[in-house]
Design a protein around this ligand. Structure first.
Ligand code: AMP
Length: 367
């Protein structure tokens, strides 16, 4: 089967790495010259709105998907009119706009932080009056890894935030003093069957994911699955969906507040390559190809650590027992995700010791 992927970054690269054993071939469409999935398939090097290139892409593949969520809606519609594109473009358009996302969560009875759309400077004052401070001002579209956001702590912060972000559709959200951040990776097949990985505890710094740790038997697993199920059923979703949550504190042990969804495989699911029976990448491919889904059960303990800016040397990494190294083939650059490693272990003490060694190497490479 020929799988077309819109985008050719590291997610596309890992999809291809999971797909070759299943006898799948890959065609990527991506405007970037340095597209790190390109060596793993045919790379159509063209803009997302280049209809000739898109037509060539559609003719070359049996089914298409995305690995980049900011693919223009028009591109998705063009492709979906010609070949199966999964998940359907509606999931992409909802996920691209923080306001549509939050409205959908509201409609489906999924708790969210308080929010208001902001289009003008006056609307920002009005929203701050209603929501209070601290709050987070975000661009509705095209934000990622904490880009396009400003935390407003005091009234004096509004002007600077507006000067930086104003002039485009924005959303103001209540700042959530969260205890933890969790994500739920769900996969839904063409027949509507769903499977869920154990929820993942995520640690971000400067808005960028640093570590992701799957949690067996988390008390919030059931709620996370319930919310992901509602969203997937509503969207007629096929493939892997990542759902990110804040855990707001409370005497009851915490409650989930929905932050955002990503209609694709996700950085918080990279540990599934070695830490789960069937990885998020293979399960996404199985879903869009109409194959039975694989088991989402854990294979043991694991933690994923991102390489941000630069990568530690293989010699040092490989000396850590239970380490699994993933370089993305990207040019090092500050704040850029250039690879990750997952450490696995049979017991918590070994995992902690291996993780500490890994984090020391990652911190040294970054500085
Ligand atoms: P996002 O792009 O919305 O995923 O935001 C990136 C990171 O910024 C999140 O993972 C949080 O760590 C932080 N953040 C975003 N929104 C909020 C919020 N409303 N309250 C507290 N922290 C937030």
């Amino acid at each position: 089967m020929k799988v077309g992927i819109l985008g050719a970054g590291q997610l596309g690269r890992m999809l291809a790495l999971a797909g070759y054993p299943l006898d799948f071939d890959f065609v990527f469409l991506d405007p970037a010259t340095e597209a790190c999935a390109a060596p793993l398939g045919t790379h159509i090097h063209a803009d997302y709105v280049d209809e000739r290139a898109l037509a060539e892409f559609c003719v070359a593949v049996d089914v298409a998907t995305y690995e980049f969520e900011n693919v223009p809606a028009k591109t998705a519609e063009f492709v979906a009119a010609r070949i199966p594109l999964l998940p359907a473009p509606v999931a992409l358009s909802v996920g691209q706009d923080r306001l549509s996302e939050k409205s959908l969560f509201d409609k489906l009875g999924i708790p969210v932080p308080r929010y208001m759309p902001v289009a003008t400077r006056e609307a920002l004052d009005f929203a701050v009056k209603n929501i209070g401070l601290p709050a987070v001002l975000k661009t509705r579209r095209l934000g990622y890894d904490g880009k396009g956001q400003a935390v407003l702590k005091k009234p004096g912060d509004l002007d600077a935030a507006w000067a930086r972000l104003g002039g485009q559709p924005l959303i103001l959200e209540a700042f959530v003093p969260f205890e933890r951040e969790l994500s739920c990776l769900a996969v839904r097949g063409k027949d509507g069957e769903m499977r869920f990985y154990p929820v993942v505890e995520n640690v971000h710094r400067d808005g960028i994911l640093r570590t992701a740790t799957p949690k067996a038997d988390d008390p919030l697993q059931k709620d996370a699955e319930d919310y992901a199920r509602r969203v997937c059923a509503h969207l007629g979703y096929v493939g892997v969906l990542a759902f990110e949550f804040f855990v707001a504190g409370g005497s009851t042990g915490g409650k989930l507040l929905a932050n955002e969804i990503a209609p694709r495989v996700h950085n918080s699911g990279h540990w599934t390559i070695e830490g789960a029976v069937c990885s998020q990448f293979e399960n996404h491919l199985r879903a869009i190809a109409g194959l039975p889904l694989g088991s989402t059960a854990l294979r043991g303990l694991s933690v994923m650590v991102n390489f941000i800016g630069d990568t530690p040397k293989n010699e040092a990494l490989a000396a850590i027992p239970g380490v699994h190294i993933h370089h993305y083939g990207k040019t090092p650059k500050p704040q850029r995700k250039v690879g990750h490693a997952t450490v696995t272990a049979d017991d918590a003490a070994a995992l902690a010791e291996r993780l500490a060694r890994l984090q020391t190497l990652v911190a040294a490479a970054e500085s």
